[in-house]
Ligand binder design. Structure first.
Ligand code: HEC
Ligand code: HEC
Length: 349
């Protein structure tokens, strides 16, 4: 099934970008939504001009995001695994639960600032945001559904017939428009209103002494990978987690086939990290304390372990005292964006 998804992705990859009916109508009834890049953010990777969010497109994307009909059991919507209160993660679950309680192998990722990401999922299997939802929709352990069946179900609902016709020039309920609407919803999900942001933009906030000390430590010990204002350099690295024999997740190698990518995973953004527990690709670490203990003394050596973790005295990891760990955690909590998780534009009800 996974293999099939990749073929679909490949086909879409060529079809998606240049069709004539890409044009999204912006009319008085369907005004354009302003996609604003926060002053402290880089330019988006998503080409917003090819799929500019409109009021109706966004409304449709949101409705689809919370729509159980996208899954074979009528229940497991995107929002089932991506819960707003926890920055759109499935925090009670270590690995995701799909239809019929089927278990996935990975921890659901937060959804925020997707417009600024180049590749998606823990191993970068999806190379465009418009294509990413094909994976959960068609995966047996996630939504276990096909586009033809979804389209049939949506065509029976007058509210969808209306919304698709208002949102897209060709008025069609088809897979391309489903994916575009989902992207319009997801690209608007920008999280840039944390205490850290307010400080970075000189909006009057200041770090406590502990947070300021944590920020200095973070810059010297963590920011080589969790870089810049997105807190990720978007590379794939091995941060020394032991291999879980139950899943034997190959990481980036699953996508590239290269031995040098074995057990490398995408460096995650640390925004809203206080809310997105449990941590790591398989959710094995429960708390931020556990994460810092892993970095200081939990690492396992392997040929692909990132060289920054190999110390000259042959020990592994990042040296940190307990006080330093507390300071780093205090800093990480300044990345929580309460307005984002409470923003009713993104809520189901
Ligand atoms: C069964 C739980 C589940 C459902 C349902 C689900 N997801 Fe996810 N989502 C995940 C998991 C787990 C990952 C990480 C996947 C991986 O690394 O292979 C993920 C990753 C993602 C990502 C990539 C995030 C990043 O930072 O790269 C996006 C975007 C996303 N999901 C959107 C959606 C959308 C849209 C839907 C509905 C069409 C959806 N998801 C349905 C569990 C789920
Ligand atoms: C060499 C690159 C690198 C460095 C340095 C690094 N990290 Fe990471 N970090 C990663 C990668 C890669 C992952 C994801 C690993 C996985 O899930 O397999 C990760 C995961 C995490 C997570 C879990 C995120 C989530 O969404 O589950 C946290 C929290 C974290 N790192 C914090 C830190 C802190 C704090 C430091 C400094 C003390 C640090 N990292 C240093 C690469 C790095």
């Amino acid at each position: 099934m996974k293999f099939l998804s990749y073929i679909v992705i490949f086909l879409f990859g060529t079809a998606c970008s240049s069709e004539k009916d890409d044009y999204v109508p912006v009319t008085l009834e369907n005004p354009k939504l302003e996609f604003t890049v926060p002053a402290n953010f880089p330019e988006p990777s998503y080409n917003v001009s090819l799929n500019p969010p409109t009021e109706k497109g966004f409304e449709l994307g949101k409705k689809l995001f919370y729509e159980g009909r996208l899954a074979s059991d009528g229940v497991v919507s995107c929002g089932f695994c991506h819960i707003q209160d926890f920055a759109f993660t499935h925090h009670t679950h270590i690995v995701s639960h799909g239809v019929d309680g089927a278990l996935g192998t990975r921890n659901a990722q937060p959804l925020h600032n997707m417009a600024f990401m180049k590749e998606f999922t823990w191993d970068g299997a999806a190379i465009h945001l418009d294509l990413q939802p094909i994976i959960p929709i068609t995966a047996e352990v996630e939504m276990n559904e096909s586009f033809s069946s979804i389209i049939k179900k949506l065509e029976e609902r007058p509210e969808y017939v209306k919304l698709f016709s208002e949102a897209f020039e060709n008025q069609k309920i088809n897979s391309e428009n489903i994916l575009k609407a989902l992207s319009q919803f997801m690209i608007m999900m920008v999280s840039a209103d944390s205490k850290y942001d307010k400080i970075e933009r000189n909006e009057g906030s200041v770090f406590t002494e502990q947070e300021a000390a944590g920020f200095e430590l973070f810059k010297s010990k963590c920011a080589s990978c969790h870089a810049g204002t997105l807190f990720t350099d978007q590379s794939y690295r091995n941060n020394g987690l032991s291999v879980d024999p139950q899943y034997n997740d190959l990481g980036r190698k699953r996508v590239t086939g290269l031995d040098e990518d074995l057990h490398k995973f995408k460096v995650p953004s640390l925004r809203n990290i206080e809310l997105t527990f449990p941590y790591m690709h398989d959710g094995r670490l429960k708390t931020l304390n556990d994460v810092l203990d892993h970095y200081s003394n939990g690492m396992v050596d392997s040929p692909t372990l990132d060289p920054v973790f190999k110390n000259t005295d042959t020990s592994l990891g990042i040296l940190m005292t307990d006080l330093e760990k507390e300071q780093i955690i205090a800093f990480l909590k300044t990345l929580t964006d309460d307005n984002f998780v409470a923003d009713s534009r993104f809520s189901e009800f």
